[in-house]
Design a protein around this ligand. Structure first.
Ligand SMILES: [Cu+2]
Length: 375
């Protein structure tokens, strides 16, 4: 990489780090792990457009291959059912892997624990959490974590910046109940998020949440590939597209088709369902909707204070979350979407499959059999 470009990028990355940390860290999104110590004077030179020139050269064979990058929507811890606070230990592993966005399209994902999103973390209000963040030795970058559930500098970033091979520990009190995004915030945080380093942490209120039959974990994200949507082969990260907020893929749970087929959400007629929905961004707000369903309750922006009732579509901000609850009344396939519907073609959809008895009083008619027009 051109030395000047590398330098300007380092400055840009450090501006953000500097804002979040008392002592600015060494942040660089250059090809390989890199350190620099001349931050403070150079920060004034930060200006728009520097990221545009940035490219990361990646040799896919340097990283392990993960067969399926997606985190299952059904894979989350059960309700805690605890009456008192405890100390909880969480181990996270920053790992960079190669996996598929779609069939024949691979990508250098940066992850927590080899999946996108990372694991669903579940603690109770009042718990003391010890979070150990390890960065795998072959990582190309330093990593760190910012949990929106944390009160303190950088949400944990200030004490978790880990170089490849390093482990650091953050201890925090989960003092406020809610559903929160966590993400890597090292260096140019947007790059780390766009590459897959995000997930959700639920801080259960002391009294717990109401009992439901199924809970699911769905998280929207964006991928900025060098090749256009559908282009086969290994796809490098495209920083210009990220800066322009033009993702090629907008996906649920890490890749296209993650919540379809084997990954679909399953329920029976009469079941009460709770969805924990997160949006990593980094740029788009999600208009989350389930086609053919009305949310009985929405906890807007995942605030547990007072739910809205009978909602069709709920906004999930970039770096935010929502909780929706509903009962399923009729069998069939219900499609989860970002109702900015062109994003369906970019990957933002999934299926909730409901089985059970039909209720003709609720829904009846003859299904059309004609072919759709190609308009
Ligand atoms: Cu990172």
């Amino acid at each position: 990489m051109n030395k000047k470009i590398n330098k300007t990028y380092t400055i840009a990355a450090c501006l953000l780090t500097g804002m979040l940390m008392t002592t600015p860290g060494n942040a660089s999104e250059s090809n390989k792990h890199h350190s620099s110590s001349k931050h403070n004077k150079q920060r004034v030179n930060f200006g728009p457009g520097d990221h545009y020139k940035h490219r990361m050269a990646v040799n896919p064979s340097d990283y392990k291959k993960v067969a399926d990058i997606s985190h299952s929507a059904a894979d989350l811890p059960k309700p805690l059912n605890r009456s008192r606070a405890e100390k909880v230990v969480i181990n996270l592993n920053a790992s960079e892997v190669i996996s598929d966005i779609a069939a024949g399209i691979s990508y250098h994902y940066w992850t927590f624990n080899n999946t996108v999103p990372g694991p669903f973390l579940r603690v109770r209000e009042g718990d003391t959490v010890e979070l150990n963040l390890h960065n795998e030795a072959n990582s190309s970058h330093d990593h760190a974590i910012d949990l929106h559930a944390v009160t303190g500098p950088g949400g944990g970033l200030a004490v978790t910046k880990v170089e490849p091979g390093e482990t650091k520990t953050l201890s925090f009190k989960a003092k406020t109940a809610g559903l929160y995004v966590y993400h890597c915030a090292n260096g140019n945080a947007a790059t780390h998020i766009a590459n897959g380093m995000y997930g959700l942490i639920l801080v259960e209120p002391k009294q717990g949440l109401a009992k439901v039959d199924h809970e699911f974990y769905v998280m929207q994200g964006e991928l900025y590939t060098h090749g256009k949507l559908g282009k086969k082969g290994f796809q490098a990260f495209d920083s210009k597209k990220m800066l322009d907020e033009r993702p090629e893929y907008i996906i649920f749970n890490g890749r296209t088709g993650a919540l379809v087929g084997d990954g679909e959400l399953k329920a029976k007629v009469g079941d009460k369902i709770r969805l924990f929905i997160g949006n990593a961004g980094v740029s788009k707000i999600s208009s989350f909707h389930i086609i053919g369903e009305i949310f009985d309750r929405v906890y807007p922006e995942a605030s547990l204070s007072s739910p809205l009732r009978n909602v069709q579509t709920t906004l999930v901000p970039a770096g935010g979350a929502s909780i929706v609850e509903f009962q399923v009344d009729y069998p069939g396939d219900y499609v989860l979407v970002d109702h900015a519907l062109t994003r369906v073609d970019r990957g933002a959809w999934g299926i909730l499959k409901v089985t059970g008895k039909k209720n003709k009083a609720l829904y009846a008619g003859e299904a059309s059999s004609h072919k759709e027009h190609n308009d």
